[in-house]
Design a protein around this ligand. Structure first.
Ligand SMILES: [Zn+2]
Length: 319
């Protein structure tokens, strides 16, 4: 089965660039030892909470402050996607976090696009993240960059960060200004189902995680009615304690209820899992078949933030 999974053409919709920096690259770019790099970048099988999990981004972000490093890290992620037989990926990060060394948000995005362009076999787009906990002005600079590069490498916006500390309603003024740029929001990951409803009401076309919706019929109805896709990342959800164990992850229930879903790792390095390994775990735990995986990839493609023409080409590759 693992061999078949590896060969299968896959779509990725939820992948953080800063959470997917190769350990060997972090080792090269920092003056730390391998065990220090591992300790600082890889979350254990169980973190006490999401807040703890999010500390694993400090080191990689500190290393992503120059054009060269951003380009290198983006290229390496592209190469990794190619190795995993991903045919289309939406890669996300918060450009504002990479401006400490003097780069502008525009320069950050250009460096990342530059790196990805070196792996043309994998089609990619960027999702720029607004961050919970940042002031309106900082998030508005991300919006400005997103507008400039929209349909030129940037396909959407996201709201990421700690939803327990920073509730969605604090970002209403910001999200109202998104305009015609597609929006996905991290919601209902560790907080409650209502957060998912709120995110949809605030314009999200997809939801990052959204797993808390499983126990709330009203939220499930709203997800289906608005044809919202849940970007699921099962291993990451166990690590952040959003679910207690892998076997209790609601992915199969969502699938059986006909909720659009996609399969993702969230963070290849922080979550210490490859995409193919995530698929294999799903097969072992829930007995998803290759046909199920194909259907899920078609759902993902349907909800990708690209044009119908672009979808058509990728659709043929999956079929
Ligand atoms: Zn995420």
């Amino acid at each position: 089965m693992l061999e078949e999974i590896k060969k299968m053409p896959k779509i990725v919709l939820h992948l953080h660039l800063d959470g997917s920096v190769k350990l060997s690259t972090a080792l090269k770019l920092s003056n730390l030892t391998m065990s220090e790099v591992q300790e600082q970048m890889v979350a254990g099988d169980k973190c006490p909470n999401l807040t703890e999990y999010l500390t694993k981004f400090d080191l990689p972000i500190s290393l992503m402050q120059t054009k060269n490093n951003l380009k290198l890290i983006a290229r390496e992620l592209g190469e990794n996607l190619k190795k995993e037989n991903v045919i289309y990926a939406e890669i996300r990060f918060a450009p504002i976090f990479h401006t400490r060394g003097g780069l502008s948000c525009d320069e950050v995005v250009e460096a990342v696009l530059d790196g990805l362009s070196e792996v043309p076999m994998v089609k990619t787009n960027l999702i720029l993240c607004f961050m919970r906990g940042l002031d309106l002005e900082s998030n508005l600079s991300t919006l400005k960059t997103a507008r400039k590069y929209f349909k030129k490498g940037v396909c959407a916006l996201d709201l990421a960060g700690d939803e327990l500390k920073y509730p969605l309603q604090d970002y209403q003024t910001l999200l109202k200004q998104v305009g015609n740029i597609p929006l996905t929001i991290h919601a209902g990951e560790t907080f409650k189902a209502q957060a998912v409803k709120q995110a949809i009401a605030m314009g999200a076309q997809r939801i990052g995680h959204g797993i808390k919706a499983i126990n709330d019929e009203e939220t499930l109805d709203m997800i289906k009615k608005h044809n919202i896709l849940l970007e699921l990342c099962p291993t990451s959800n166990v690590q952040t304690n959003a679910v207690d164990t892998y076997v209790n992850h609601p992915i199969l229930k969502f699938y059986q209820k006909g909720v659009p879903i996609s399969i993702n790792t969230d963070n290849n390095t922080v979550s210490n899992i490859s995409l193919n390994a995530e698929y294999f775990k799903l097969y072992q735990t829930f007995h998803f078949t290759l046909d199920d995986f194909k259907k899920i990839n078609l759902m993902a493609l349907n909800h990708a933030f690209i044009s119908p023409q672009e979808k058509e080409l990728l659709y043929k590759k999956i079929q």
